[in-house]
Design a protein around this ligand. Structure first.
Ligand SMILES: NC(=O)c1ccc[n+]([C@@H]2O[C@H](COP(=O)([O-])OP(=O)(O)OC[C@H]3O[C@@H](n4cnc5c(N)ncnc54)[C@H](OP(=O)(O)O)[C@@H]3O)[C@@H](O)[C@H]2O)c1
Length: 246
């Protein structure tokens, strides 16, 4: 195959997707699985059988991103790693989202844990010449008055992606991110029920609809691929139906 004409073949590659138990993470995990990878996913529940989707094709690990020793233990247990997808994330809502302790908890889950896990896996990614794909957000670019902790964490993910891309380039590790627009998952299910929030989102999205989790997978496979994206590092790609274009 000519250079640059990549087909995604992840045969023999080890991929870890945090928060792969549902939504965007599950869709990305399925993308890597379909391209031949051995995929480990994490979720907050005790086992794969606790989820509505069939997760039996994956290796499942329970992980709470607030638990620093668990993050270190997961990194130690993974025998080797080619691709780390830092996808797990969450938010508080309403008045709860404004409480300082909840802002701190959100930043722990969405940002601090991402750095801790990436740092702990750095030696294994260096050994493989691997790649990291982070999950940013439209709140990486725009203010997010309803969810300050979420917005701060996702803005920092964009910055951390640039920083780690530069810091680890000499080690042969590429670090990039996807900034999803508004995607139909259990995270956004509550706001999809509130017309006063839902309608402006759709009206502001040039493509005029919610994105599907599956629509994130192709960009993840691209960014992680040395063949397709071997000179790409430190970037965040919006996959947002045009939301950030206007
Ligand atoms: N949906 C969107 O519109 C959108 C837009 C931009 C960015 N994102 C980002 O995309 C990522 C995936 O979100 P999603 O929309 O796919 O939501 P989702 O379906 O709720 O998936 C979130 C995943 O993160 C895991 N998780 C949540 N809290 C955790 C914690 N404290 N410790 C460890 N894992 C935790 C969940 O585990 P359980 O399944 O066990 O709960 C689940 O696997 C997040 O980083 C989110 O911020 C989403």
């Amino acid at each position: 195959m000519a250079e640059g004409t990549a087909r995604f073949d992840y045969s023999g590659k080890a991929v870890l997707v945090t928060g792969g138990s549902s939504g965007i993470g599950l869709a990305i995990a399925r993308g890597f699985l379909g391209a031949g990878a051995e995929v480990t996913i994490t979720g907050t529940k005790g086992g794969a059988a606790d989820y509505p989707d069939d997760l039996s094709a994956f290796t499942f690990r329970q992980l709470d991103m607030r638990d620093n020793p668990a993050l270190e233990a997961l990194a130690a247990e993974v025998p080797r790693l080619d691709v780390l997808v830092n996808n797990a994330g969450t938010t508080f809502r309403g008045a709860e989202a404004l409480l300082p302790e909840n802002v701190e908890a959100t930043i722990q889950i969405n940002l601090n844990a991402v750095y801790r896990l990436s740092h702990a896996l750095h030696p294994k990614l260096k050994d493989s010449g691997g790649a990291i794909v982070n999950i940013a957000s439209m709140t990486s670019y725009f203010g997010s008055p309803r969810v300050p902790g979420y917005g701060a964490s996702k803005a920092a993910i964009l910055q951390l992606t640039k920083t780690l891309g530069a810091l680890w380039a000499p080690d042969g590790i590429r670090v990039n991110a996807i900034a999803p627009g508004w995607i139909d998952t259990k995270l956004t299910a509550p706001i999809q029920q509130i017309e006063a929030i839902e309608r402006p989102i759709i009206e502001r999205t040039p493509m005029g609809r919610w994105g599907r989790p599956e629509e994130m997978a192709g960009t993840a496979l691209f960014l992680a691929s040395d063949q397709a994206a071997g000179f790409v590092t430190g970037v965040t790609i919006p996959v947002d139906g045009g939301f950030s274009a206007i």
